[in-house]
Design a protein around this ligand. Sequence first.
Ligand SMILES: Cc1cc2nc3c(=O)[nH]c(=O)nc-3n(C[C@H](O)[C@H](O)[C@H](O)COP(=O)(O)OP(=O)(O)OC[C@H]3O[C@@H](n4cnc5c(N)ncnc54)[C@H](O)[C@@H]3O)c2cc1C
Length: 452
Amino acid sequence: MSTPRVAVIGAGISGLSAAYDLTRTGADCTILEKQPRAGGVIETRVTDGCTLECGPDSFLSAKPAALALIKELGLEGEVIGSNDHQRITYIWKRNALVALPEGVMMIVPSRVMPMVKTSLLSWSTKLRMGLEYFRRPGESHDRSVAEFVTDHFGEETLDYLAEPLLSGVYGGDPAQLSVGSVLPRFLEMEAKYGSLVRGVLAGRSKGGAAGPLFRTLKGGLSQLVDALVSRIKMRHAYVETIERSGNHFRLRADGNWIEADQVILACPAWSAGRLLSGCDARLAELLGSIDYSSSLTLSLIYRAADFDGKRAGFGFLVPKKERQRLAACTFVGTKFSYRVPDDRIVLRCFFGGIADAAILNETDDSLIAIARQELRRMLGLTSEPIAHAIARWPRSMAQYTLGHRQRVEEIRERAAAIPGLYLAGNAYEGIGIPDCINTGRAAAQAALNCGW
Ligand SMILES: Cc1cc2nc3c(=O)[nH]c(=O)nc-3n(C[C@H](O)[C@H](O)[C@H](O)COP(=O)(O)OP(=O)(O)OC[C@H]3O[C@@H](n4cnc5c(N)ncnc54)[C@H](O)[C@@H]3O)c2cc1C
């Protein structure tokens, strides 16, 4: 029996993980990537001695898939954790930066005194949080994040905790996002305990994961991309269409036809939908119906000696209610060691989201002016940056809106009806890097299980 040919479309972390598993197991696998660079939204640049993450900067330690892959690739010695002893995140509220109270798990308070003392929330919200402890299990069902959070803790918690925290992950609108898909653990807690506070406290008493909240690689996440790329076969070509021909596939890439026995679509769902329109119109439609938000990062490098702004821990988030354009800002050198030399300060500004895709059309000069004007207002920063890096990510973050689970179930069913076709990426079961690695590796495993 000849070695099957597998085409993986998209060299983001999902596709690279799939191609790595297939290649090391002996498949004849080629990854097709339209950009001249692999990694998708993972991109590390080094400027003026600073390691700048243009896309993701780390992954959640609690999800083991990324660390497991890093270990397999022999990069364990490069892993660093976030400097959690310095972790303070601020929220911009009524013209001031207010520290996020300690012990808040996304939206759920788990410590009394920090909540009592904080000026982030009013007394009525604090009282409501206290009373939530006594909520009993009742009917629990999927609904919007906005409805869920308001139901448990009131509107202020939605505006000043849930919305800014989630907007960094999804760039989405809590009124559209499904709590069952975005915060599944909280929905489970609601079903079991009624109260989220009691659920979080019960989880904590069982002992949570030790170690830093986030992990990354000393030289940036591109180290992971490079290690994967060195182990696989890649071709830079834009895949225009996919046809099913007998029991195999034909892909047109940059005008040339490529034959494959199996195909893993590891590109965004909107791109996968376009490619499959000739194979299954309903599948294409479902894939195309998954919304995506766009985002943009702007890293500004300052001489530390010139920096005249307030230092704000790991950084700050700007709730939509208070937002002009800037959604979040990270003090890179405080969050992670090895990234920024002592004589530099790097601010990573995050823009975009479902409500402000238009920011991607601004010129570089205009973006820098917008960021500087907002940083002046929030940090009192007037110093001039000495260098910068800008990355635009159009339609890059999948939105798990209401009905997402059912949509994905139907997508999976229809894809399964096309033998040899598999889907991976951030559109389905999780948007974080570990989730994407899981989808890539699961797709590779499914292809391998197909019985070559
Ligand atoms: C700014 C930003 C910050 C983030 N921060 C974090 C973070 O800190 N931690 C975390 O865990 N996650 C973070 N995420 C989310 C996470 O990084 C992404 O969900 C994940 O990297 C997506 O990987 P992917 O391989 O599924 O998709 P992508 O990275 O989007 O890769 C898809 C690839 O497919 C290619 N492609 C598309 N269509 C075609 C075609 N027709 N032919 C050929 N190639 C094609 C694209 O060029 C691209 O390279 C962040 C995302 C963004 C945008």
